[in-house]
Design a binder for this molecule. Structure first.
Ligand code: IPE
Ligand code: MG
Length: 231
C-alpha cells in the first residue's frame, strides 16, 4: 500500500492526512475482497524499515493503527473475516500488542476472508525466523536436518496454512518487492500500478484482477502442457 505521502503532498497537505486517506482505501478494499469471496488478503502496513521515518510520522501511524483496530474489529467480526498480524510485534507499544491479540482472538473462528496485516514485517526476517525455529528443533533432537524440505520450511514461515498468494499488487509506481513476502512470492503474479494507495478503489482492484485473469500460470511447465486438458 504505497503512495499515501505523495497523495497528500499533491494536495498540499501533511503526509499523515495521506495515511488517513489510505486507511479509508484499506477499509474499502478489505470489504470488497470479503464480498468477492477472495480467500486471503495480506496487507503490508508497516515494514521493519519504516521505523526509520521521522519520529512524528511513526507516532501518528501508531495512533492511526490503534484507532483503526479499535473501531474496525467488530465490523471485521460481523463480516466473518479472520484477522491476524504477521511480523515482529514485540517492538510495538503494549496497548497496540494487546489490541492485535484481542482482534485475533475475537475473529479466530471466522471462516471468511483470511486477512493478514504485516506490521514490522520483513521477508528476510520471516525466512531467518523459520530457519531459527528449525535449528532449535534439530538441537532438541526432534528434527533431522535431512528432513528439512520446502514443505517443512513453509510450515514455519508466517501465513503457514494459507495458500501462497496468486497475485501481488503494489501501488504508487515503484517496481520492487521491498522485502515483502519473499518466500511466498515465488510463483506469484506481480502487478504494479502508478495509482497512489488512497486512490486505489474497487475499480482499480478489478483492473488488477483482470490482469491476473489474463495470465497463464505454468509453474515451470510449457504453455502446451498447461492448455492441454489432461497434461
Ligand atoms: C505507504 O505510503 C504507507 C506506509 C508505509 C505506512 P507512503 O507513506 O510510503 O507514501 P509515499 O511513498 O511517501 O508517497
Ligand atoms: Mg512509500
Amino acid at each position: 500500500m504505497d503512495g499515501n505521502g505523495r497523495w497528500a503532498r499533491q494536495r498540499g497537505r501533511q503526509r499523515t492526512s495521506g495515511h488517513q486517506a489510505g486507511f479509508q482505501s484499506t477499509r474499502d478494499i478489505v470489504e470488497a475482497c470479503a464480498r468477492q469471496q477472495i480467500e486471503a488478503l495480506t496487507l503490508f502496513a508497516f515494514s521493519s524499515e519504516n521505523w526509520n521515518r521521522p519520529q512524528k510520522e511513526v507516532g501518528l501511524l501508531m495512533d492511526l493503527f490503534l484507532r483503526a483496530l479499535k473501531s474496525e474489529v467488530s465490523k471485521l467480526y460481523d463480516n466473518n473475516i479472520r484477522i491476524r498480524f504477521i511480523g515482529e510485534r514485540t517492538a510495538f507499544q503494549a496497548n497496540l500488542q494487546d489490541e492485535m491479540e484481542r482482534a485475533e482472538q475475537l475473529t479466530r473462528s471466522n471462516t471468511g476472508l483470511n486477512l493478514a496485516i504485516a506490521v514490522n514485517y520483513g521477508g528476510r526476517w520471516d525466512i531467518v525466523n523459520a530457519a531459527r525455529q528449525l535449528a532449535v528443533q534439530v538441537q532438541e533432537g526432534t528434527l533431522v536436518p535431512g528432513d528439512i524440505d520446502t514443505d517443512t520450511f513453509s510450515r514455519h514461515v508466517s501465513l503457514a496454512g494459507i495458500p501462497d498468494p496468486d497475485l501481488f499488487i503494489r501501488t504508487g509506481g515503484e517496481k520492487r518487492i521491498s522485502n515483502y513476502l519473499l518466500w511466498h512470492l515465488a510463483y506469484t503474479e506481480l502487478y504494479f500500478t502508478d495509482v497512489l494507495w488512497p486512490d486505489f478503489s474497487e475499480i482499480e482492484l478489478h483492473n488488477a484482477l483482470n490482469f491476473y485473469a489474463g495470465r497463464q500460470r505454468r509453474f515451470g511447465r510449457t504453455g502446451e502442457q498447461v492448455t492441454e486438458k489432461h497434461a
